[in-house]
Design a protein around this ligand. Structure first.
Ligand SMILES: [Fe+2]
Ligand SMILES: [Fe+2]
Length: 145
């Protein structure tokens, strides 16, 4: 298991916590498939399918937050969306790199050394501030909703 659910920061919006939990489940399943692949116990197809599922889930995860940010007029929307776009590009880039090289260490380095730090940090910062704004109308820019 790569990411522990207990270590996931909780934000002030239940719908966001639920999506984050699903995300962690998919990441753990993907990581387990990669570990199994190295032992000859899973296939490239299984990894690809799970990775694509993860990308599709992430697109919806980010879109859900972005739609609500626009609806509620979250002032630093562009900053939060920019970070989502960057993370998705990176996730897709790693998948392409894996397709090109068929080297599972590309996936492992990303999933062990990059992704957990980014995800926990993103939830702790941007998602936390955004959820608080959804909940209370308090914005880090000082503009009450
Ligand atoms: Fe999120
Ligand atoms: Fe986010």
């Amino acid at each position: 298991m790569l990411l522990l659910k207990d270590e996931m920061p909780l934000v002030a919006m239940e719908f966001m916590n639920a999506v984050h939990l699903e995300d962690i489940e998919i990441i753990n399943e993907l990581f387990a498939l990669i570990v199994a692949y190295d032992k000859g116990k899973s296939s490239i197809e299984e990894i690809n399918q799970k990775y694509q599922e993860w990308i599709a889930h992430t697109v919806e995860h980010f879109r859900g937050e972005e739609v609500m940010m626009v609806e509620k007029g979250f002032p630093p929307y562009a900053m939060h969306k920019g970070e989502h776009d960057r993370a998705l590009d990176e996730m897709r880039g790693i998948f392409q790199e894996w397709q090109k090289t068929m080297d599972s260490s590309v996936l492992k380095i990303y999933l062990i050394e990059v992704l957990p730090f980014w995800l926990i940090n993103h939830i702790n910062t941007m998602d936390t501030v955004t959820a608080r704004f959804f909940d209370t109308g308090f914005s880090p820019c000082g503009i009450a909703h």
